[in-house]
Design a protein around this ligand. Structure first.
Ligand code: NAP
Length: 253
């Protein structure tokens, strides 16, 4: 039956940035759909563990700083040690640095490109190698942004990284579809999380943003749940290289 296609029983999902915000919302959704979840973050994912275990789900965490490439084997091996296999990777962790483009520092460039772009590619590469070994396919879900489509203001490294992730989603899908690996992305609109705390604190900017969103409100981590379960499940087996906007209509306006 159609709803069975959305079930993730027996699957193992790695979610980066799972301790808060959109990553926490997606981790909880994947667990509710039946997946065992491996959360990755620098800080503890204890709140996420509580939410998942409250519903009877399974959760383990890998504490890792994604600004170092050395953590990649720790993440893959952490998932394999805990649950013996991997099926789904959600590349959600991301940072943003705000500074006028004219003064933008190399440090604010490199730190954002490292976590948002370089790590997304190389963690996906290591994950895909494990999927190829397992020979049963799998799902990679990247997190893009409205700034995968638009330029933004005062966030040039973020725009560069999120535009790159939309391109990489297609590039990886093209090469890995032959292994039954689906690579897709979700582009959240303006969501109420730590990432946008500064924007929301500026009442003029916040009002201007809400005025432009057809749905008339900021998005929430709960708004990500349907899209992530869909892209993680067999319901999306023939969807490859595509980015789904979850934006309250922002892009259509
Ligand atoms: P958030 O609340 O700021 O959470 C960011 C997450 O990324 C945290 O779990 C954080 O873990 C993790 N993270 C950041 N740097 C890390 C590092 N070096 N190593 C390990 N983990 C790291 O942000 P969010 O709004 O939920 O954003 C999640 C994703 O959605 C990001 O890719 C963001 O760009 C994207 N996005 C957000 C919006 C929005 O409006 N909020 C819109 C479009 C796209 P620690 O706390 O341990 O650092």
């Amino acid at each position: 039956m159609i709803l069975d296609l959305f079930k993730l029983d027996g699957k193992v999902a790695i979610v980066t940035g799972a301790n808060t915000g959109l990553g926490q919302g997606m981790a909880v959704a994947l667990a509710q759909a039946g997946a065992k979840v491996v959360g990755v973050a620098r800080r503890s994912c204890e709140d996420t563990r509580k939410l998942i275990e409250r519903d009877g789900g399974c959760f383990t965490e890998v504490i890792a700083d994604l600004s170092s490439m050395e953590v990649i084997p720790l993440i893959i091996n952490g998932a394999l040690d805990a649950y013996g296999r991997v099926d789904i990777l959600v590349n959600n962790a991301g940072i943003i640095k705000r500074e006028d483009a004219i003064d933008f520092s190399e440090e604010n460039w490199d730190s954002v490109i490292q976590v948002n772009e370089k790590m997304v590619f190389f963690l996906s590469q290591a994950f895909a190698k494990q999927l190829i070994k397992q020979n049963e396919g799998g799902k990679i879900i990247n997190v893009c942004s409205m700034l995968s489509y638009q330029g933004g203001i005062r966030v040039p490294s973020y725009t560069a990284s999120k535009s790159a992730v939309m391109g990489l989603t297609k590039a990886m899908a093209n090469e890995w579809a032959q292994y039954n690996i689906n690579v897709n992305a979700i582009a959240p609109g303006y969501m109420a999380t730590n990432n946008t705390a500064q924007l929301r604190a500026d009442s003029d900017r916040s009002e201007a943003i809400i005025d432009r969103i057809p749905a008339g409100r900021w998005g929430t981590p709960d708004d990500m749940k349907g899209a992530v379960v869909y892209l993680a499940s067999d319901a999306s087996s023939y969807v490859n290289g595509f980015t789904i906007a979850v934006d309250g209509g922002w892009l259509g306006r």
